[in-house]
Design a protein around this ligand. Structure first.
Ligand code: UD2
Ligand code: MN
Length: 541
């Protein structure tokens, strides 16, 4: 579910980069859900520092795990074995449909596939030969779930047990975030009792995944925390390279490949969020997650900014492969409105970490003018940032994400009234309607990410209480200069193509009057064609 990203951050180019990676995986994931539940990941190239290995003779290192307990499956002919695609049997389509909503993926097929099936080794060449230190730290696997599908939960646990060196797994902590399904109670206890390393922690109320992970972290006894979703499949040799990175540098957060990742430099500005290993003490030094984040969403941003800005690093480790079922939507309910929850979480993150760039975040939301989004108390988070002596967001953008080109302009060129076929032109300190002339400087406007209609340093805005237009010196922080265009589609579909000014309570739309050649703002009316506007060029959707 990447829907959260539509909530507010969607246009922040930062998030876009992360999302576009994730979306690719999402497309693949839909396939996973429907067809074969196999981890499909594109092999990455290893860079030199990753292939360079010490010699095993030096006695301090050994090869990653090669024996995969699932390689001689109990039933080699079972569906999905070796990651083979599974086809829905004829006549079962109804059942597939009926059971889909249990997990928002093909639950019917998942149940047909053995919980300890074999999967293909998707690692790039060379990974199996890699050496890791003999004295790697141990890890606690923390897997939170709420109403997870039985077979996928079991498959996640089996994949960890079967494909990790036992001595590195201190424990597997299953954190039950107040599930309602009966099979997740006694049956789960009974099933897991055959594995001494599996502990089940039951939360007494719904915590949401962020605080559920924190509850797990509090109980963990391993040196490193490894977080996983409850519908994953770890591949052979997935764990050692993660722990190796943390071992070599305790401020490194190591993520497995779960999707197509920019593998040029292995630097990852924002992690996907679900799957990573982090030194336990370091996690607590960083103040864990902001415990004020609710249910789902934004915590990956928070931790990513915090890690990078406060002296750590995030790295995608190409030899570590973990499959994950991406779903179109969360299969569980949100205690409060989903969109508001995620928006509030992102608001907290923006307020604490984004410095002056937080204006971009607010400028992008689907809310008209920001409504003083109540993000709760941030004192502790801000103090933490000071205490950790973290760098600025500007530093982050310049150093961690130098190839980020935050697009400044969303639309440009002449601004044409759709019904009248006339264009806006600058006259002294005001604007009028004229015949369109693309070569006239006076008719050139930029519509920016902060929703300003700019002509050079000047911005179009209505005169308060009057409705006439005038030019105003642009100021990115002045919310009284912002116009909504296009992005209104989410909020009020009928307002697409309008240029809307105002707030939730009072929407005013730019309107042209051809006889008078004048412009004004007037109450929005979808039936009025002279309120519809188009820029010459658009740079997004
Ligand atoms: C992604 C991450 C997920 C998390 C989320 C943003 C990956 C693969 N997944 O979304 O880990 O970072 O973005 O917050 O990077 N859960 C609970 N309680 C809840 C809600 C969820 O325990 O209230 C569990 C859930 O059962 C699952 C895990 O938390 O095991 C993550 O939830 P998800 O799978 O719905 O999130 P996902 O993969 O869409
Ligand atoms: Mn997930």
């Amino acid at each position: 579910g990447m829907k959260n990203n539509e909530a507010s951050f969607s246009s922040l180019a930062l998030q876009r980069a992360a999302v576009s990676q994730a979306n690719q995986a999402l497309t693949e994931g839909q396939e996973l859900g429907k067809i074969n539940l196999t981890a499909k990941t594109r092999p990455a190239q290893l860079n030199q520092s990753q292939t360079k290995a010490l010699s095993p003779e030096d006695g301090r290192m050994h090869r990653v795990l090669r024996i995969d307990a699932t390689l001689s499956p109990r039933d080699p002919k079972a569906p999905g074995q070796f990651g083979r695609p599974v086809v829905v049997p004829h006549g079962k389509e109804k059942e597939v449909e009926r059971r889909w909503k249990e997990g928002n993926f093909n639950v019917y097929l998942s149940d047909l596939i053995p919980v300890d099936r074999a999967i293909e080794d998707t690692r790039p060449a060379g990974c199996a030969e890699q050496l890791v230190h003999n004295n790697l730290p141990t890890t606690s696997i923390i897997m939170c779930f709420v109403d997870e599908v039985w077979s996928t939960l079991l498959r996640s646990v089996h994949s960890v047990l079967n494909r990790s060196p036992p001595h590195l797994i201190k424990e597997i902590l299953l954190v039950d975030d107040f599930s309602t399904k009966d099979y997740l109670k006694d049956n789960l206890d009974k099933y897991m009792s055959q594995f001494p390393k599996v502990r089940i922690l039951r939360l007494k109320e719904r915590h949401g995944l962020i605080r559920a992970r924190l509850a797990g972290a509090q109980k963990a006894t391993g040196d490193v925390l490894t977080f996983l979703d409850s519908h994953v499949e770890c591949n052979i040799g997935w764990l050692e390279p993660l722990l190796e990175r943390v071992y070599l540098s305790r401020k490194k957060v190591a993520c497995p490949v779960i999707e197509v990742i920019n593998d040029k430099d292995m630097r990852c500005p924002v992690m996907a969020g679900g799957l990573f290993s982090i030194d336990k003490n370091y996690f607590f030094e960083l103040g864990t997650y902001d415990p004020g984040l609710d249910v789902w969403g934004g915590e990956n941003m928070e931790l990513s900014f915090k890690v990078w800005m406060c002296g750590g690093e995030i790295e995608i480790v190409p030899c570590s492969r973990v499959g994950h079922i991406f779903r179109n939507d969360n299969p569980y309910s949100f205690p409060k409105d989903r969109m508001k929850t995620v928006e509030r979480n992102l608001g907290r993150v923006a307020e604490v970490w984004l410095d002056e760039y937080k204006e971009l975040f607010y400028g992008h939301g689907n809310h008209l003018i920001d409504q003083g989004l109540d993000v709760g108390n941030l004192t502790q988070q801000r103090e933490l940032r000071k205490k950790l002596k973290c760098k600025s967001f500007k530093w982050y953008l310049e150093n961690v994400f130098p190839d980020l080109k935050a697009p400044i302009v969303r639309a440009s060129g002449v601004l044409i009234n759709v019904a009248l076929g006339k264009c806006i032109s600058i006259r002294n300190t005001t604007a009028i309607l004229e015949d369109c002339d693309g070569s006239s400087q006076l008719q050139q406007f930029n519509y920016t990410w902060l929703r300003l209609i700019k002509h050079g340093a000047w911005c179009l805005a209505p005169v308060p209480d009057n409705g006439a237009l005038r030019l105003h010196l642009c100021d990115n922080r002045n919310k009284g200069l912002r116009w909504l265009h296009k992005s209104t589609s989410v909020f009020r579909p009928e307002l697409v193509n309008h240029l809307v000014f105002g707030n939730y309570h009072q929407l005013l739309c730019l309107e042209g009057d051809f006889t008078q050649k004048t412009l004004k703002v007037a109450p929005c009316d979808p039936a009025k064609p002279d309120q519809k506007w188009k820029f010459e060029n658009y740079y997004e959707d």
